[in-house]
Ligand binder design. Structure first.
Ligand SMILES: [Zn+2]
Length: 247
């Protein structure tokens, strides 16, 4: 009773585990027909082992996919990190470049301002514009003077753009190797301060036909809590302007 597509009488064979559509009807049965309980158990076990295997196979496939996904994620992450690294390096480079540009600009200014006569006149030609930024040889100074809000006069050369302002002490602290530094990092130089003061006083006296422009002039005071009175705050005003020029 094992040939494929045999027809059998279910009642005659005592095969009652299946539910026939109708008793005594001839039905088609699968190619393997199980006869005894033992065989049924064996078949069930086999079935279950096959299912186990199938499940394990699928688990393996799923695990492999997971591993693959994780590898892709790691690769993505590495790529993003590398990109960010590059961006950060680029930003650093940009900053350095900007710093260099500012430094170069300061150096160019310094050289020109040392060269400049801060005077009007001089011959400029299309071939040689030097007189326009290193000053001429006239008697008049090529400066504008401006009275600031606290009554200080600031002087600026129109050729080299040098600005003379009353020197402020916080700007005259130097490190051992002569660099200008913040007060907490260096020592105050009375000599350099005095030189700047002389230069400033001379600049204020520069002869020029242009009249001094002016702001609304105020005086600055602040309340001194210890002395219980208003005290002059002009030096505070100057300190707050210490790193500014008329550029
Ligand atoms: Zn000048």
């Amino acid at each position: 009773m094992s040939a494929a597509n045999d027809t059998i009488d279910l009642v005659e064979t005592g095969y009652t585990n299946a539910v026939p559509r109708k008793v005594h009807e001839k039905v088609l049965v699968p190619s393997v027909v199980v006869e005894s309980m033992d065989d049924q158990i064996k078949a069930a076990k086999l079935q279950s082992e096959l299912m186990d295997l199938e499940i394990k196979k699928q688990e393996l496939v799923a695990k492999n996919l997971e591993i693959q996904e994780r590898q892709y994620n790691i690769r993505d992450l590495k790529q993003r990190l590398a990109e960010r690294d590059i961006q950060e390096q680029q930003a650093q480079e940009d900053l350095k470049q900007q710093g260099k540009t500012f430094h170069q600009q300061r150096e160019t200014d310094r050289v020109r301002q040392n060269e400049c006569s801060h005077r009007k006149g001089g011959m400029a030609s299309p071939q040689n514009l030097k007189a326009l930024y290193t000053g001429g040889d006239g008697a008049q100074r090529s400066v504008i003077k401006h009275r600031m809000i606290n009554n200080d006069i600031w002087v600026r050369c129109t050729r080299c753009r040098k600005t003379w302002t009353p020197p402020v002490k916080v700007n005259y602290f130097f490190s051992e190797d002569g660099r200008r530094v913040a007060p907490k990092d260096g020592v105050f130089s009375q000599d350099k301060f005095n030189t700047a003061k002389h230069e400033y006083d001379d600049a204020v006296k520069f002869e020029t036909r242009s009249s001094t422009s002016s702001s609304v002039v105020c005086s600055f005071h602040r309340w001194d809590g210890d002395k219980h009175e208003w005290v002059d705050a002009n030096s505070e005003y100057r300190e707050s302007m210490a790193n500014t020029d008329l550029r």
